[in-house]
Design a protein. Structure first.
Length: 367
C-alpha cells in the first residue's frame, strides 16, 4: 500500500499519512516540494486511519481530536511558508531541504551538532602541547567523524540541530513511534555494538590510568584516589582517617548544611588543589565514606578485619576539623585516644545512637 499524499500546489507543501500503521494508528508526514526538489519530515502527530480524509488532506469531522490535528497541520504549513519566504529573500536558489532544515531548526542562525563539535575541537587543538596531547585531539576528530557518518547513514542528513537533540522525540523519520520499553538495556546493547563495530575499547577504570602521563590537577586527584582507596578500606573512624591522610600530605575539610553543625560534604586538599570527595571518585563522597567506616568498625568488632591504629592523636587534625568531627552517628571519637582504645561499650552506644536517629527520620523528624 503506497503512502497517500495530497500536495498544496500553491505553497509547495503537503501532508500525508504513512502506510505503516499500528493498531489502526498511522503517523502524519509532511512533504515540501520546491524547484523540483523534495524533502519529507515527521509532523510528530498520529491519527486513527479511519479519521483521515485523503481527499481533503486533513482530519475528518469536527471532534476535538480532529480540530486539534487540523490546527497543528495548519500551523506547520504556515511555518513552512514563512521559512520559504525568509530564505528566498536572501538566497538566489531555494531547495526543499533548505526549507525543511529551517523548519527543523537547522540553518546559519541555529546551532548544529557537528558545528558545535568542530568548534570544541578547534578550542582543544589550541591547547595541544600545553595541557592536552595530540593523541587525544585525534581521538576527538575520529569521534566527530563517527557522529557525522551516523547522521548521514541513519537520518540521511549532513547535520542535526541542537534543538532536535534536546527535544524529546519519539517519532522516527519514517513516522513510526519509537518504543521506550527497556531503554536502559537497549542503550547498553547499542553502545556495546558501536564499540565493537568501530574498534573502540571499554574503559577499564582509574586503576589502569597511566599515572606518569598525568598533568595537574589530574595528577593530584589520582594521588588522592590511590590514598583514599587504601585508607578508607582499612580505617575505622574519621579521626584515624584524617590523621593517616595528613601524614601523607592530604588535608580534610568538612562542609556544613547552612549555619548548622550537620556535616553534608567533605573536601580533600593536596599540593594546593582542592577536590570534593565525589569528584575524586563517586565512592568517596561524605556519606559513602562514612558508611564504609561504619562497616569497617563492625568488621573490627567481629574480628573480620584487623584494627588500624595510628600514633597520631586527634591533635593531628586542625582545630576546625576537630570541632567538625563530632561524636554520634558519624562514628567519631572524642578525647585523645585512637580507634584501638575504643571499647565495645562505646561502640554499642554509637550503634544505638545511629538506630535512634534512623527511627526518628522514619517518623518524619529532623535532627
Amino acid at each position: 500500500m503506497a503512502p497517500q499524499r495530497i500536495l498544496d500546489p500553491s505553497a509547495g507543501t503537503g501532508v500525508f499519512v504513512n502506510a505503516v500503521e499500528k493498531n489502526g494508528i498511522v503517523p502524519i508526514m509532511g512533504r515540501v516540494t520546491i524547484n523540483g526538489t523534495v524533502a519529507q519530515f515527521s509532523c510528530k502527530r498520529s491519527i486513527p486511519k479511519d479519521l483521515w480524509d485523503v481527499k481533503g488532506n486533513k482530519a475528518k469531522g469536527k471532534s476535538v481530536e480532529a480540530r486539534d490535528i487540523n490546527h497543528a497541520l495548519d500551523n506547520i504549513k504556515a511555518q513552512i511558508i514563512k521559512h520559504y519566504q525568509r530564505i528566498s529573500d536572501r538566497e538566489a536558489f531555494v531547495t526543499a531541504e533548505m526549507v525543511r532544515n529551517a523548519y527543523q531548526g537547522i540553518g546559519s542562525e541555529y546551532e548544529t551538532l557537528l558545528k558545535a563539535f568542530d568548534r570544541e575541537n578547534e578550542v582543544f587543538k589550541k591547547r595541544v602541547g600545553k595541557d592536552r596531547t595530540i593523541a587525544t585531539y585525534r581521538s576527538r576528530v575520529v569521534a566527530r567523524n563517527h557522529v557525522a557518518a551516523f547522521i548521514k547513514s541513519f537520518y540521511r542528513r549532513t547535520d542535526m540541530s541542537m534543538l532536535e537533540i534536546i527535544a524529546f522525540n519519539r517519532i522516527d523519520n519514517n513516522g513510526n513511534t519509537i518504543s521506550d520499553k527497556h531503554e536502559r538495556l537497549r542503550n547498553t546493547r547499542i553502545c556495546k555494538e558501536l564499540t565493537l563495530k568501530y574498534g573502540l575499547h571499554m574503559a577499564n577504570g582509574k586503576e589502569n590510568v597511566k599515572r606518569n602521563r598525568l598533568k595537574e590537577p589530574d595528577k593530584t586527584k589520582y594521588e588522592l584516589y590511590d590514598i583514599l582507596k587504601t585508607e578508607v578500606g582499612r580505617c575505622g573512624n574519621w579521626n584515624v582517617l584524617v590523621a593517616n591522610l595528613k601524614r601523607q600530605g592530604a588535608e580534610v575539610h568538612f562542609s556544613h548544611r547552612g549555619q548548622t553543625d550537620e556535616i553534608q560534604g567533605v573536601v580533600f586538599s593536596k599540593n594546593g588543589y582542592h577536590f570534593n570527595g565525589s569528584k575524586v571518585d563517586r565512592r568517596f563522597s561524605y556519606s559513602k565514606i562514612d558508611a564504609a567506616l561504619q562497616r569497617n568498625r563492625y568488621g573490627e568488632r567481629m574480628n573480620l578485619i584487623p584494627k588500624v591504629c595510628t600514633t597520631d592523636t586527634p591533635n593531628a587534625t586542625s582545630d576546625t576539623a576537630r570541632g567538625e568531627l563530632v561524636s554520634g552517628s558519624l562514628g567519631l571519637l572524642n578525647g585523645h585516644g585512637s580507634s584501638c582504645n575504643a571499647t565495645d561499650a562505646e561502640a554499642n552506644l554509637e550503634m544505638a545512637e545511629m538506630l535512634r536517629r534512623k527511627k526518628k527520620r522514619k517518623k518524619g523528624l529532623r535532627l
